[in-house]
Structures are given as structure tokens and as C-alpha cells.
Design a protein around this ligand. Structure first.
Ligand SMILES: Nc1ncnc2c1ncn2[C@@H]1O[C@H](COP(=O)(O)OP(=O)(O)OP(=O)(O)O)[C@@H](O)[C@H]1O
Ligand SMILES: [Mg+2]
Length: 174
């Protein structure tokens, strides 16, 4: 149920699920991101959590390919600009809130317009602004295992995660 456009915690109990895959190379992380991107719809939010150099931007490159951002666009971390916008099947808003301490510092970038807009929003360091993310955001935890291997865990609504699990299996990731 919605109240003032926001989903209230007491009235909305979303069933959650999770799925974990391993990546052995940056190209695999891009391929996994692309599978996620292909299944995204307008206004979906992808919350990326992982240490420096974990592979959040690498993963976002794959999402960009999946949502149809032309190959001619080079995807870089918007660490200083906070948000980069790319055209695609659905517009992609790539945010990086590394330099912020919390969501209170987001005031002047108009983030609500991105979060409530028609595009897909991907946020690096999403844990810092978790309080302003929608309840149905897809969380992606990227863990650095060694130089070339990463563990990638997805959590979100069981519907979305179930669909994603099948697509990842089809793509050879499990
Ligand atoms: N399996 C892998 N998946 C992703 N990146 C990998 C993998 N193996 C090695 N790497 C390397 O790890 C680095 C990941 O960098 P990336 O910029 O994507 O990280 P990030 O999480 O966005 O960092 P930051 O917090 O600085 O924004 C790249 O140099 C990439 O080549
Ligand atoms: Mg990055």
C-alpha cells in the first residue's frame, strides 16, 4: 500500500530472496551485469555494495549493455559528478555516492527525480543512502575474493530474484 507515494513498512511486507554467483574475470562480471540489465524495467533501482575496487563500476558496465546503452558510451564512476546519465532502451542513471557521508548530503543533486523517474538507477556505495532507496531495490553485494575472483550476491523481492536466478543459470552462472 502507498502513502504519499511512498511504500510504508507496516503495510508492505515484501517476500525477499537471494542468489549468489561467482565471477572469475572482469568480463564475467560484465556478463553477469548484462544479464541483470536485460531484465530491468524503468524505475528499477540497483543498489551496489562492495569495497574499493570490488567491481561495482565493472558490473555497471554490464548493466549498461543490458539496458541498451550504445557501446560508444564509456561507463566511468561518477565519483565527482555523483550521477552520469546514459540513453538506452531505458535511460540509465549511474550514481556514485562514495564522497557523501549519508543521504542528507544528497540535497542538491535532485536524486528524488532520478529515483522516482522512468529510468533505471544504479547506485555505487548504496549502503550510505539506504534510507532513501525504495523497498524493492535489488541489492548487489560484491565481495573481493582474490585478484580475479569476486562473489556476487543479489537480494531483493523473491519474484525478481527468482527470475534472475533462472537467467543467470541460463547464462552459465550459478
Ligand atoms: N572478477 C572480477 N570482476 C570485476 N572486477 C575485477 C575482477 N577481477 C579483477 N577485477 C578488477 O577489479 C577492478 C574493479 O574496479 P571497479 O572500478 O569496477 O571497482 P569499484 O567497486 O567500482 O571501485 P570504486 O569503489 O573505486 O568505485 C578492476 O581493475 C578490474 O579489472
Ligand atoms: Mg566504481
Amino acid at each position: 500500500m502507498k502513502e504519499n507515494g511512498k511504500i510504508t513498512a507496516t503495510t508492505y511486507q515484501m517476500k525477499r530472496d537471494d542468489v549468489t554467483v561467482e565471477s572469475k574475470h572482469p568480463d564475467e562480471t560484465i556478463a553477469i551485469g548484462r544479464i541483470v540489465g536485460l531484465s530491468l524495467e524503468g524505475s528499477d533501482v540497483v543498489a551496489l555494495v562492495g569495497d574499493l575496487g570490488a567491481g561495482k563500476t565493472c558490473f555497471t558496465k554490464g548493466i549498461a549493455r543490458g539496458v541498451g546503452v550504445p557501446e560508444t558510451y564509456y561507463i566511468t564512476s561518477p565519483t565527482f559528478t555523483l550521477v552520469n546519465e546514459y540513453p538506452g532502451r531505458i535511460p540509465l542513471y549511474h550514481m556514485d555516492v562514495y564522497r557523501l557521508s549519508d543521504s542528507a548530503e544528497m540535497g542538491d543533486i535532485g536524486y528524488e527525480e532520478y529515483l522516482n523517474g522512468k529510468g533505471v538507477v544504479v547506485v555505487e556505495w548504496a549502503e550510505k543512502i539506504e534510507d532513501v532507496l525504495p523497498a524493492d531495490a535489488l541489492f548487489v553485494y560484491i565481495e573481493h575474493l582474490n585478484d580475479s575472483e569476486r562473489k556476487i550476491r543479489f537480494t531483493g523481492s523473491s519474484d525478481k530474484v527468482e527470475t534472475l536466478r533462472h537467467k543467470l543459470e541460463e547464462g552459465g552462472f550459478s
